[in-house]
Design a protein around this ligand. Structure first.
Ligand code: PMP
Length: 452
């Protein structure tokens, strides 16, 4: 059975979808359950899912399922549809490009939209120096290529990643990622010459930025040796690891050390990039100018695209043919990216992220004053995490975070968890969500907390 049939009209997505939470069946309803049964039979169980629905349309701040339920979206497909699902500008750009041509392979016959996306990223990323950009398909692929470029440029092999870091599921990015379950367990051996240090986690390490940076730098100097180190890669706000915002001064101190030691500093802005944190890139909040920046997710309104942008002399390190891929910088994805970036600017979506963040933090901090299970509310812009703890010991409470998310989803609110300890609820709403819907979603989440 198709989920889209004559007896059941499927709405088009986009901002004109009714902006409401509407439950007409339990979650999952029968049509969603049909799809989940087919999924279980046809798709390996290694590919999990968080929300047991069959999505058929999305836009503004909602996702509609095959049974006609309308769920409030506080996850944006893990920070991807930041501009809003089926944004009219993106839809028009994709339709126009696919009717023109879908693919030539940029390495065979180049086209303008790739170059235009590169020009935009070179202009918008922090740093006034000359930059270049190469495009890929996924965040992990961008990270892999950033490391390749840094190694070629420096002639060194070692790479430093961090506790709580997440960079993807390919072999090299698994090695860079900290958490074993579910990302690495049983999938080794991992790429060599990857080292790991503690970064800054003020809620748990109690260190100032300067103290945490001194620890990181000491680890590098004693255990790796600056002369062996090609790159340091870090998320300016660690995403999957728990929405961890480093203490003031931490990132600038690490960047300064890298510069003094000719080590390439890579900011992985795959999750933090594109207006999410209230700036086009999170690096701006910390006053840093990374040598290379990796981007993906919010770049193209939901189309798969990723980039590595950075200092021209580093980006040019590779011999011709060393970088690329069949689909990297696909013209349809590039058309979507140009439309998406225009929408961020025209609709002042970075400012909207700040407003959304005020609501998120205000509501959660208010709850924290009377509920000691909320250990910390943190984040920037519309990237806010709430860390749940056992009030007596401060130990991470993953069961509580999981129970809240599960109940919220059953009540029609998509909310995600994260964290090395699994005890963080993370809010990543599309920036197209309206205040009323956002507040209703938070009512449900806070209701789930009260009930847990
Ligand atoms: N880096 C970061 C910081 C991420 O958050 C992610 C995805 N969650 C990735 C890399 C990997 O991106 P992708 O899933 O597109 O490969």
């Amino acid at each position: 059975m198709s989920l889209i049939d004559a007896t059941h009209t499927t709405p088009l997505g986009g901002p004109s979808l009714p902006q409401e939470r509407r439950l007409v069946t339990s979650i999952p309803g029968p049509r969603s359950q049909d799809l989940l049964d087919r999924k279980a039979a046809a798709v390996p169980s290694g590919v999990g899912h968080t929300v047991p629905v069959a999505a058929v349309a999305a836009g503004g701040g909602v996702v509609v399922d095959a049974d006609g339920n309308s769920l409030i979206d506080l996850g944006a497909g893990i920070a991807v549809t930041t501009v809003g699902n089926a944004h009219p500008k993106v839809v028009a750009a994709v339709q126009a490009q696919i009717a023109q041509f879908a693919h030539t392979c940029f390495m065979i016959a180049p086209y303008e939209s790739y170059v235009a996306v590169a020009e935009k990223l070179n202009e918008l990323t922090p740093g006034s120096f000359a930059k270049k950009t190469a495009l890929f398909n996924s965040g992990a692929e961008a990270v892999e290529n950033a490391i390749k470029i840094a190694r070629k440029h420096t002639g060194r092999q070692a790479v430093l990643a961090f506790d709580h870091g997440y960079h993807g599921r390919t072999n090299l990015t698994m090695a860079l990622t900290a958490k074993a379950m579910p990302y690495k367990s049983g999938f080794g051996p991992f790429a060599p010459e990857v080292y790991r240090a503690a970064a800054s986690y003020p809620f748990r390490d109690g260190l100032t930025g300067a103290e945490a940076a001194a620890k990181t730098i000491s680890m590098i100097e004693k255990q790796i040796g600056a002369d062996n180190l090609a790159a340091v890669i870090i998320e300016p706000i660690q995403g999957e690891g728990g929405f961890i915002v480093p203490a003031d001064g931490y990132l600038p101190a690490v960047v300064d050390w890298c510069r003094a030691n000719s080590v390439v500093f890579i900011a992985d802005e795959v999750q933090t990039g594109f207006a999410r944190t209230g700036a086009m890139f999170a690096s701006e909040h910390f006053g840093i100018e990374p040598d290379l920046i990796t981007t993906a997710k919010g770049i193209a309104g939901g189309m798969p695209l990723a980039g590595v942008t950075g200092r021209a002399e580093i980006m040019d390190a590779s011999h011709t043919g060393g970088l690329g891929g069949t689909y990297g910088g696909n013209p349809v994805a590039c058309a979507a990216a140009l439309a998406t970036i225009e929408a961020y600017q025209e609709e002042n979506l970075a400012d909207r992220a700040v407003q959304i963040g005020r609501i998120l933090v205000g509501r959660m901090q208010e709850a924290a004053t009377s509920d000691p299970r909320i250990g910390e509310v943190r984040g920037l812009g519309a990237m806010i995490g709430v860390e749940f703890v056992d009030p007596a010991t401060g130990a991470p409470d993953a069961a509580l975070a999981g129970a809240i998310a599960k109940r919220a989803i059953a009540e029609g609110v998509i909310v995600l968890t994260c964290g090395t300890y699994g005890n963080v609820i993370r809010f990543l709403p599309p920036l197209s969500i309206d205040d009323a819907l956002l507040n209703e979603g938070l009512d449900v989440v806070l209701g789930a907390l009260a009930a847990a």
